[in-house]
Design a protein around this ligand. Structure first.
Ligand SMILES: CC(C)(COP(=O)(O)OP(=O)(O)OC[C@H]1O[C@@H](n2cnc3c(N)ncnc32)[C@H](O)[C@@H]1OP(=O)(O)O)[C@@H](O)C(=O)NCCC(=O)NCCS
Length: 153
């Protein structure tokens, strides 16, 4: 079993679109996918024996021209391929990248009802932060999220 990560390109952008649409409840716009091509190491596809089965997409935050945090926008692995360490590889890649740009925090929001993802992030060393009321405004009714963060050594 071989797990490899690869860059996102115009030719495989449809794969990110497909994986996200199958795995995640949120729909992302064409502009969001187009922007994903511009974020370099912050967007990756994961391959399991050369089959694309997972993806991550993050955003770099800056303050006063300093890179401050990396925000995980989406991370998804197709259901039959979960539990093989693919999600961890994607997060580890982002942590390693964070170190190269001297970013000290990686964070994300998780739906309070998504206990699987919550437990998964905790297992990877993320800490549960504040509850953000009605973070998912497009849901009907709006749903809450926990902020989860990992401090980079
Ligand atoms: C969350 C998700 C990305 C995890 O991907 P994955 O490839 O199955 O995760 P990994 O196999 O890398 O898991 C890493 C470790 O966590 C463990 N793990 C997996 N799922 C877990 C869970 N729900 N709770 C606790 N631990 C879990 C694995 O056993 C593994 O442990 P090990 O290193 O001791 O063997 C995947 O389940 C997924 O796509 N879920 C749906 C989408 C989602 O909820 N995304 C996150 C919110 S945006």
């Amino acid at each position: 079993m071989r797990i490899e990560l690869d860059d996102l390109t115009a030719n495989n952008l449809g794969v990110l679109r497909k994986i996200n649409s199958v795995v995640l409840p949120t729909k992302y716009s064409d502009a969001w996918y187009k922007e994903s091509l511009t974020v370099g190491e912050l967007a990756k596809l994961a391959y399991f024996n050369e089959i694309p089965v997972g993806a991550i997409r993050c955003a770099l935050e800056t303050k006063n021209d300093q890179k401050t945090k990396i925000y995980i926008m989406t991370v998804a692995v197709l259901a039959p391929y979960r539990g093989y360490g693919i999600g961890r590889r994607l997060i580890d890649h982002i942590i390693e990248y964070a170190k190269t740009v001297f970013v000290k925090e990686v964070y994300c929001h998780v739906w309070t009802r998504n206990d699987e993802a919550l437990q998964w992030y905790l297992k990877l060393g993320f800490e549960k932060g504040v509850l953000v009321k009605e973070y998912y405004k497009k849901m009907d009714p709006p749903e809450d999220a926990y902020l989860l963060r990992l401090r980079i050594q």
